[in-house]
Design a protein around this ligand. Structure first.
Ligand SMILES: [Cu+2]
Length: 164
């Protein structure tokens, strides 16, 4: 075999540092991407495209705090189970569900606007959201039935999640 004329170039120290940096950042990014596929109620990643539910906080026409669909406007009626202030959310069993909650209730001079969103049976618990704060939580709808979602600060803010 003929000897090659060109010796392979040695990598400079700076190049090695940059490459090492890229590997570390890439691995960390991969780790966080992997974590983001793990729903809050199971401990393994689920590679499904989620069913998105867009929820906001609001007030009922008679002045009570409630959740509403982000798409709903003032007068639009949304189906709700008996005794519930907030709409019934329908999802299919086995689906990955991403709930996106935003608090749209304004602060007033009497009361600072703080709300949270919870579905206890699916380990869904948002942080306390101030005005215009939002959070997305992904869970696996792995059991069927009717489950209550609610705000722990305002017991009247509740509705039904129906998994079929
Ligand atoms: Cu609340």
């Amino acid at each position: 075999m003929a000897k090659q004329k060109n010796q392979p170039k040695k990598l400079g120290r700076t190049t090695i540092f940059i490459l090492a940096g890229i590997v570390v950042v890439g691995a960390a990014g991969g780790y966080f991407a992997y974590q983001s596929f793990i729903p809050v109620n199971v401990d393994y990643p689920v590679f499904l495209s989620p069913e998105n539910i867009l929820i906001k906080t609001g007030k009922t026409t008679d002045g009570h705090y409630a959740f509403a669909m982000q798409s709903s406007r003032g007068g639009k009626q949304v189906p709700r189970a008996g005794g519930m202030t907030s709409p019934t959310l329908n999802v299919s069993k086995g689906n990955l569900v991403a709930v996106h909650v935003i608090n749209e209730i304004l602060n007033t001079s009497e009361e600072k606007s703080v709300h949270n969103f919870n579905i206890d049976e699916f380990n869904v618990h948002s942080k306390d959201l101030g005005y215009f704060e939002s959070q997305s939580i992904t869970f696996l709808a792995d059991k069927s039935g009717d489950f209550i979602y609610h705000c722990t600060l305002h017991p009247e803010m509740k509705g039904v999640l129906s998994v079929k």
